[in-house]
Design a protein around this ligand. Structure first.
Ligand SMILES: [Zn+2]
Length: 282
């Protein structure tokens, strides 16, 4: 259950729990993908949610959800809709917002580039949002600046940016593209974590599937370290934090499959960063 609290109530509970925010990190759980169970969070100990509005009153206006578990822990930011035509990441981000967890703070921006999401276009009125985060400099548009300021304020241990692509990274199957890959930031152990998550994803989603062969195995993409003006590059270079640009392929897949895969990637990455999410039935 989602309960709304005013900020002062949240702050009070935060103060009780801030003995050592960073020390309360737990390791990733061994939860099996695809078999989420109902949460064990009891009444009165639910996740609380604060809604912020980025670029309020402009065409870029978009909500950001700050969801806090009863027990303090790491913060992870999840984004969808940096590219407005990549629906799987947007739908998955809306679902991520519904998940229950008992420790940590999960921050979700489901429609980062709101006008592009509304128009189902890759870019927005000011171009490709994922080219507006140069490392070591200010973001180059007002929406990129608002997102970056917000992420910086959240002080996350990790940032997950969900995308989809025409093809499959490093594969001769289908058109060229970036799908079925997690591109890790050059910080926070991201590359090693992405590899471990991929092994889980491949066992549960690809090897167990009759529909998808080894061409669809998830791989680790190149490490993002700041050389391009993409969000996760800036997370690596300017924050020195874990980050993941996740890509599923549109080649030979339908939207529900891509969305399910995106959700599974997010769930396992969150667990590796101490947020033991559990899917909530709709
Ligand atoms: Zn994209």
């Amino acid at each position: 259950m989602v309960t709304m609290q005013d900020r002062s109530a949240t702050k009070n509970s935060q103060q009780r729990l801030t003995t050592s925010r960073r020390a309360l990190v737990v390791g990733g759980s061994a939860t099996v993908l695809g078999s989420f169970t109902l949460g064990t969070v009891s009444a009165g100990e639910s996740v609380t949610e604060e809604v912020r509005t980025l670029r309020s009153g402009t065409r870029y206006e978009t909500p950001a959800y700050i969801r806090e578990a009863p027990t303090a822990g790491e913060t992870v930011v999840v984004l969808g809709g940096v590219h407005g035509s990549e629906r799987a990441g947007i739908d998955a981000a809306h679902t991520v917002r519904e998940w229950e967890f008992e420790q940590g703070t999960l921050v979700v921006i489901p429609e980062a580039n709101a006008p592009a999401v509304r128009d189902s276009t890759y870019s927005g009125p000011d171009g490709d949002l994922n080219q507006q985060f140069p490392s070591g400099q200010e973001p180059t548009t007002s929406i990129a600046e608002a997102i970056w300021e917000f992420i910086t304020e959240m002080d996350p241990a990790a940032v997950i940016d969900m995308h989809s692509s025409m093809g499959i990274w490093g594969s001769s199957r289908g058109p060229s593209g970036f799908g079925q890959a997690i591109f890790p930031s050059a910080a926070g152990g991201s590359r090693e974590i992405a590899g471990r998550v991929n092994r889980l994803l491949n066992d549960e989603l690809i090897h167990a599937s009759e529909e998808y062969d080894s061409a669809y195995e998830f791989t680790v993409g190149n490490t993002l370290a700041g050389e391009h003006p993409r969000l996760i590059h800036k997370v690596a270079a300017d924050l020195g934090r874990a980050g993941y640009l996740t890509e599923v392929t549109r080649y030979g897949t339908d939207l529900p499959t891509r969305t399910n895969w995106s959700e599974a990637i997010a769930a396992e990455l969150l667990r590796k960063h101490g947020i033991g999410v559990e899917k909530v039935p709709k």
